[in-house]
Structure formats: C-alpha cells, structure tokens
Design a protein around this ligand. Structure first.
Ligand code: AMP
Length: 383
C-alpha cells in the first residue's frame, strides 16, 4: 500500500491518520514542532515546511502528500510535486491561501460574494470604505485563520474607523496583503464539506449549520435544517469550485445566508472543523474520504446517520462524563496541552431525531455549564 505524508501535525492530521489506519495506509507527519499532537498516533518528522532537508526526508518516506495546514509555502509544494504525488493541487492551494484570489474565483464562477476590495494603502482603504461602507471587515489576504488578522469597522467608530483599521492591520499589508469586505448581517452560516476523487467523482455531506464566537467555530449542526433549495444551491457552488480547481480531496466551502440568499465567504482546502461530526454522523467520515480521495481509492458514501451536533472545546478539556454518558455521545481529545483559545478537542452528540438530539444537548450544556454554547443549537432544533 502506498504511504501517505501529511504536512502539518495538528488535530486534523491526527484524525486523518486515525482514519487511514483501518485502510492499511501508513502515515508520516511533518511538523515544525516535535510535540505536534498527530505525533501521538503516527510517526512525526520534526522540521520546517520551508526546510529543504526536512522536505527531502519526508518525500523519501511517503508516496503521496496532503495537508492539514494550507499555508505551506508554494515553493515547498512545488518541490514536493517534482518528487511525489501531492493533493490537493497547486491551484487549489494558491487560491485558498489568498482571500482575494478565492473571492475573485467565486465571482468568475457566478457564486455571489460580499462586496470586497483589494487594499494596498491607507488611501485605498479610505476609498474602499467610502464605496463599501461601514460596517465592514478589514482582513489579511493571507495567513489569517479563526478570526485572526481581522479588524471590524463599526458605525460607532465614526470618522476614526479608517485610521483604527489601518493602525491595526496596515503594518502587515506588505507581508500578507489586505482585503476589505462588506459586513454581512447574515441570518445564519452554512458550510458544505465535499470531496472529489482523482477520477473526478464528487460527493458532499449534508450542509452544516455553524455558530462562531469571536470568529472561532463553537458549534455545528447537521443536517442543517434549512430550506432544501438553499442547501442544493450551496452544494452546486461547492461542485463548481471543485471542478474549476480540478480539486482532489476534501474541502470546505463556508457561506453566509441572508434573506434566503447565499454569499460565499471562503474555502478551506482540507478537512474542516465543521465536518468533524461526520466521524459519527455519516456513513464515511471526511477524514476517511480525504484519505481515500488522495490515495486514489473509491469514495465512501456520505449519507447522514441521523442528527449530529459538534461542540468545540477551546482552552482546556471539560469533564468527559456528561458527554460519554449520553447514548450518542462521542469524545475527541486531541492530546494538546491547555492554552487560552486553543482548539483542544470536541464532542459529537448523535441521535435519531432532532428531539432526542435536543434532549442530549440540553443535558450536556447544563452538566458542563455550557448553556451559552448549546443555546443557539437548541433554538434551531426546537424551532
Ligand atoms: P473567516 O476567517 O473569514 O472565516 O471569518 C471568521 C468568522 O467571522 C466568520 O465565520 C463569520 O462569523 C465572521 N465574518 C467573517 N467575514 C464576515 C463578513 N464579511 N460579514 C459578517 N461576518 C463575517
């Protein structure tokens, strides 16, 4: 069996390695940190993504490479491609690394997007703010994640908004580029997790409804329980993107929905936090199908099994007892040391009906004192 290498050794690599094991696919992980959590379940090479010697050691041990982290330098990806198979491909990675490139692609594919403008200077920011208006969000084009590298321009900031935004992110403009986006007062956020095989086969899981706190995913619900026509449209967009990029592997498309209309926010060219529920809530998980896709194996069914809610644990792991004592309760501890704001694990609750899922969620929220985290999901399940 061919061997799989993963660039990046975080929880995504860890869950991919766990899914690869029963398929008989040996995994090696490359990460700058020797303590990266995927190293607890797969051999880990410690080395930088831009270190030639580390890449050479990695390439010598694997046949196919993939990513748990999309910000691997393009030059490293190009070097690896000359020696081994790498999925997803360079276009997908380059596009997903740059918010301007991805929004431009969405527009070319007739996928609606929020208003946006490329920002190269304070003057360009002032002009774009005059055009797009406030509220809006200034974001780094590259290297931002989980709400980092973002500044919200709010109406109450008045005339000081442009200066405040430029003071916050202007110094990074040369390194990461900047983009201004109109703020979307969305009714809800939706993501589509989809997979495309080497042979072009396309499958998607049930679109997922997501709740963020301070730009970081807090809870996901699948099926999302939204209008089937909106879900079908979201899947059509995901398919269009996958085909345009000749994508191989799993990716996520994140969308806002406002007044029944979808607007695309971004794509993540990898397995995604909002697809963690698929481990227990779908016939084949996103991790398994990603491994199958990049290794050239047939894709598994993405059919949903009942109703699932994923809760992210940030900072430190709570007591597992209340989740484990639920009939459909599943625990995922990433084996990371606690640190404020860090994603350290998640729980998935699975049930056969929305009412049973709501009951389990209510019990867990109360027992762990996480009522605020479960409240929006409960609101949705009970509506
Ligand atoms: P991102 O890093 O672009 O995924 O942003 C993280 C989160 O911030 C999103 O999931 C939204 O909750 C929020 N956000 C980002 N961009 C916008 C926008 N243009 N309008 C409203 N909310 C946004």
């Amino acid at each position: 069996m061919s061997r799989l290498g993963i660039l990046g050794g975080g929880q995504l690599a860890r869950m991919m390695a766990l899914a690869a094991a029963p398929l008989g696919v040996p995994v090696v992980v490359l990460d700058p940190s020797p303590g990266a959590c995927a190293g607890q379940v797969a051999p880990l090479l410690a080395g930088g993504f831009d270190e030639q010697a580390a890449l050479a050691r990695f390439a010598a041990r694997v046949d196919v490479a993939t990513f748990d982290f999309e910000n691997v330098p393009a030059t490293s990806g190009d070097w690896l491609r000359r020696h081994i198979v790498v999925h997803p491909g360079p276009d997908a990675l380059a596009t997903a690394q740059d918010r301007l490139a991805e929004k431009t692609l969405f527009r070319e594919l007739d996928i609606p997007v929020p208003a946006f403008a490329d920002i190269g200077s304070r003057e360009a920011l002032a002009a774009a703010v005059a055009d797009i208006g406030i509220p809006s969000i200034l974001k780094t084009r590259r290297l931002g994640y989980d709400g980092k590298g973002q500044f919200r321009l709010r109406p109450e900031m008045g005339g000081a908004a442009v200066d405040a935004a430029w003071d916050a992110l202007g110094p990074q403009a040369g390194r990461t580029g900047l983009i201004l986006e109109g703020f979307v007062p969305f009714d809800f956020e939706l993501s589509v997790i989809a997979v495309r095989g080497r042979d072009g086969a396309f499958r998607s899981w049930a679109p997922t409804r997501n709740w963020h706190v301070d730009g970081v995913l807090s809870a996901s619900l699948a099926p999302a329980g939204v209008d089937p026509e909106i879900e079908a449209e979201a899947v059509r967009y995901a398919r269009r993107i996958a085909e345009a990029l000749d994508y191989v592997g799993v990716f996520a498309l994140e969308l806002f929905c406002r007044d029944g209309r979808l607007l695309a926010n971004e794509i993540a060219p990898r397995v995604h936090n909002s697809g963690h529920w698929t481990v227990e809530g779908a016939e084949t998980s996103q991790f398994e199908n990603h491994v199958r896709a990049v290794m050239g194996l047939p894709l598994g069914s993405t059919a949903t099994r009942g109703h699932a809610c994923m809760l992210n644990w940030l900072g430190a792991m709570p007591d597992p007892g209340p989740v484990l004592s639920q009939p459909g309760g599943h625990w995922h501890d990433y084996g990371k040391s606690p640190r404020e704001g860090r994603k350290v694990g998640h729980a998935t609750l699975r049930a056969d009906s929305p009412a049973e899922l709501a009951a389990a969620l209510e019990a867990v929220g109360a027992a762990l004192d996480r009522r605020d985290q479960v409240a929006p999901v409960l609101g949705e399940l009970k509506s």
